[in-house]
Design a protein around this ligand. Structure first.
Ligand SMILES: [Fe+2]
Length: 180
């Protein structure tokens, strides 16, 4: 009776599969996380500036602008948790501190003593446009990696930011504007 060959002790074992929370591959996780963390930082910066203007606005349109800025600040604030948790769902790290926000934000702070209401509207419009641009860039990265969940979140946030800019734009028109 033929002897069963002893199992080859030198047989290479398959390398243990590295466990990750997602099936996204390659550089997907660091690239998407970096883009989203930048957006978390900018959302904090824009939230703070919108609140700043909510607190400091003055003039004949006080009530309208005070309420508009508050609505927009709340909306921006609510995006932060969703973006940060998306990063965590991918298994990456997100923002830890105000210091980290300051390092990653592209939206500039405005610590001026007085800003006219018209300038507030224009500055917020400009900042929202920057955030929209950054969201589109993050969307592109998500698309490259087939991360449809991140892309879908960003699509909704881009729509909301464009709505904010619509309201800011309409509120910024003067009575003599011709209508375009
Ligand atoms: Fe308030």
């Amino acid at each position: 009776m033929a002897k069963k060959p002893a199992p080859k002790s030198g047989k290479a074992k398959a390398a243990p599969r590295l466990q990750t929370q997602t099936d996204l591959s390659g550089n997907a996780i660091p690239e998407i996380a970096e883009a989203l963390n930048g957006l978390v930082a900018d959302s904090y910066a824009l939230y703070t500036k919108t609140k700043n203007f909510h607190w400091h606005v003055s003039g004949p349109h006080f009530r309208d602008y005070h309420l508009l800025f508050d609505e927009q600040a709340t909306e921006i604030f609510n995006t932060i948790d969703e973006l940060a948790e998306r990063v965590r769902k991918l298994g990456a790290k997100t923002i830890h501190s105000i210091g980290e926000i300051a390092k990653l934000q592209s939206i500039k702070d405005n610590d001026k003593d007085f800003v006219s209401p018209g300038d507030m509207l224009l500055e917020l419009m400009d900042d929202n446009k920057k955030v929209i641009k950054r969201m589109r860039a993050a969307h592109e990265i998500a698309d490259e990696h087939d991360d449809v969940a991140t892309a879908s979140i960003l699509e909704n946030f881009i729509d909301a930011a464009e709505k904010r800019n619509w309201f800011l734009f309409e509120a910024s028109r003067t009575g003599t504007d011709s209508g375009h």
